[in-house]
Design a protein around this ligand. Structure first.
Ligand code: DON
Length: 593
């Protein structure tokens, strides 16, 4: 990061004040989706917010990257300029994000990738989700008396650490879609790790919120000074250990993480007395999986996403299918919001009950059956809320799984890329919570993804929960990397967002904003957030949702006004230009040529 950028970050006292406000909320609530205060803080940074005024003056016609940090976006653009594909650019962006946005993603985590191959007109989806160690069982998150432990007591422990999947997945996808040599993709990240980068407002705030004691020794030594204070805004941070790890992966590929000193370091860092934590065999047995995309028609478009073990694609598809016959108007309005919330409640009720790793449990395909969904949609009353939705009985249901009590938290990033050949990548990548398990090894953080499992393996009626822990299984995700195709089968939009179990709400909001309400991607990303995860109507605290709160309450909704930090990164492909949208609530940027 340039001196200039660092200096501007450091000059912003507002960042500290707003950060402090955010911290109070965080220490009281410890639910890391950040607050509006943090969103404001990130807006104070140069290039951080990509509101309307920040958009490039010249139209972007050839290639575009939208990522959560300018340095990651630039590294990806460099690969595109060097003739690389979206796949090449994606690997470069992910590695730089590991360094500059370590709270959200990295080589110790996992993710899901949608890749559009323009020449073959083929959409592939890649599953790089973490797995539970082979020896993990249903008691992983249970006390001796059989009751589930609390989420905060699991997150920073070895119980939560899954076998990382992102590098094996990127390696697999690069073998198919990459053009540049694998080792070249690591050059920007290696250089930045060795030479340093400026600490961003968001990194500083989240470190302050988390505190040094949350980390293992390596993490503490890296992120905090000798007095236990986080490195300041703009301070140049070097990560030589990560530079070495990147060099190893550049040379040996994903094998560098499953063999040799890094692998041994992972196993040691993940250890937890009395718990079956991951072994070298777990690391070596990890396989990334190519899975079929989940697509649904909506207003003449095809909306495609990631199937199980993510619930993202199916829940977005189910929500939109239930809205397909409804008129949502041509701008946000209370009646439309009500219909969307009701459809989301029905979709989340099914998600919570039925969706999990389909390699371990039967996820009914009938959940997306148009007749089934028409029946569900028929229960939506435009004059009053249903309150809480019950799961339906899809036509191909085998055994009824138990009621799920999974809990999901923050620490994820979205990278959207379109290259000059028309290929596109949408990667949602995560270490789960902010800073994952807070255990750092070889310069990177290990995930806490296993806390996405239901802590209780059976419900009150003794029925096994679909998303229970099993050895080798992938925890259910909400990540929803998405691509939209027009009636001619051409790519129309690339998008996705972080946000834990709210990701689905964010993606649905952006899709409706662009498709129904005709917004451009920047407007769609910035639009106030609304949605329901089958609980209250959640309306983002802030001006543009105020207008709807009273009307929704009059329809019987319990209205909650949380701060919600989506990180929508969107590219709209039009016949002669690429339009970018970077969520103003974070530090992302859309750039291109
Ligand atoms: O896979 C999931 O759904 C979650 N582990 C993602 C967490 C997340 O998005 C946090 N974002 N801010």
């Amino acid at each position: 990061m340039s001196q200039k950028t660092s200096a501007v970050y450091a000059r912003n006292p507002l960042t500290f004040i707003l950060g402090a406000l955010f911290l109070v909320g965080l220490t009281l609530g410890i639910h890391v989706p950040a607050t509006g205060a943090l969103a404001q803080a990130s807006r104070a940074a140069p290039e951080a917010a990509t509101g309307a005024g920040d958009r490039p003056a010249a139209p972007i016609r050839t290639q575009m990257v939208v990522a959560a940090h300018p340095l990651a976006a630039r590294a990806a653009r460099q690969m595109l300029r060097d003739g690389g594909t979206a796949m090449d650019a994606l690997v470069a962006a992910q590695m730089v994000l590991n360094l500059v946005e370590p709270q959200s993603s990295g080589i110790g985590g996992g993710g899901f990738l949608l890749y559009w191959d323009a020449a073959e007109k083929r959409l592939a989806t890649y599953d790089g989700r973490e797995t539970a160690p082979a020896a993990a069982g249903p008691d992983r998150f249970l006390r001796n008396d059989g009751t589930p432990i609390r989420w905060p007591d699991a997150v920073g422990t070895g119980r939560s650490i899954g076998v990382p999947g992102i590098v094996p997945m990127l390696e697999l996808a690069h073998q198919v879609h990459g053009d540049l040599a694998w080792d070249k993709l690591f050059a920007p990240a290696i250089k930045l790790a060795a030479e340093g980068f400026g600490v961003s407002p968001r990194l500083n705030l989240l470190l302050t919120a988390m505190g040094a004691d949350a980390f293992n020794e390596e993490g503490r030594d890296y992120f905090f000074d000798d007095d236990g204070e986080p490195h300041a805004l703009g301070e140049v941070l070097r990560n030589p250990a990560l530079a070495i790890s990147f060099k190893q992966i550049a040379e040996f590929g994903a094998a560098a993480l499953s063999h040799g000193p890094i692998a041994k370091g992972i196993v040691t860092a993940a250890r937890e007395p009395g718990v079956a934590t991951l072994t070298l065999d777990d690391l070596r047995d990890y396989t990334a999986i190519v899975r079929p995309p989940v697509c649904a028609p909506y207003r003449g478009f095809s909306i495609c996403g990631m199937g199980p073990p993510s619930s993202g694609g199916m829940t977005v598809a189910s929500t939109l299918t239930m809205l397909a016959d409804r008129d949502l108007g041509d701008a946000p309005n209370a009646a439309a919001l009500h219909l969307i919330l009701e459809a989301e409640k029905l979709a989340y009720a099914d998600r919570n009950r039925y969706m999990a790793d389909s390699d371990y449990v039967a996820v009914p395909a009938g959940l997306l059956d148009p007749e089934y969904l028409a029946g569900r949609a028929g229960t939506i009353d435009s004059g009053q809320t249903m309150g809480r939705a019950e799961p339906g009985i899809p036509p191909d249901l085998g055994m009824m799984p138990g009621n799920d009590v999974s809990s999901e938290n923050a620490g994820t990033s979205q990278i959207s890329i379109v290259d000059r050949f028309g290929n596109a990548a949408s990667l949602t990548t995560t270490i789960e919570s902010a800073f994952g398990s807070r255990r750092m090894v070889a310069g990177f953080l290990l995930n806490n993804e296993l806390t996405d499992f239901s802590f209780a393996p059976v419900d009150d009626l003794g029925r096994p929960v679909a998303n229970r822990v099993e050895g080798g299984k992938r925890p259910r995700s909400s990540m929803a990397p998405t691509m939209v195709f027009d009636a001619g089968g051409d790519l129309w939009a690339v998008l996705g967002s972080p946000g834990g179990s709210r990701i689905i709400l964010y993606v649905v909001k952006a899709l409706v904003a662009m498709i129904d309400w005709g917004m451009d991607p920047q407007e769609a990303a910035a639009l106030g957030i609304f949605g329901s995860r089958n609980g209250p109507a959640e309306l983002e605290r802030g001006a543009d949702m105020d207008a709807f709160a009273a009307d929704l309450a009059a329809l019987g909704h319990e209205v909650a006004r949380p701060s919600m930090t989506s990180g929508l990164h969107i590219i709209r492909v039009t016949p002669d230009t690429l339009l970018g949208g970077a969520d103003p609530r974070r530090e992302g940027i859309a750039i291109g040529d």
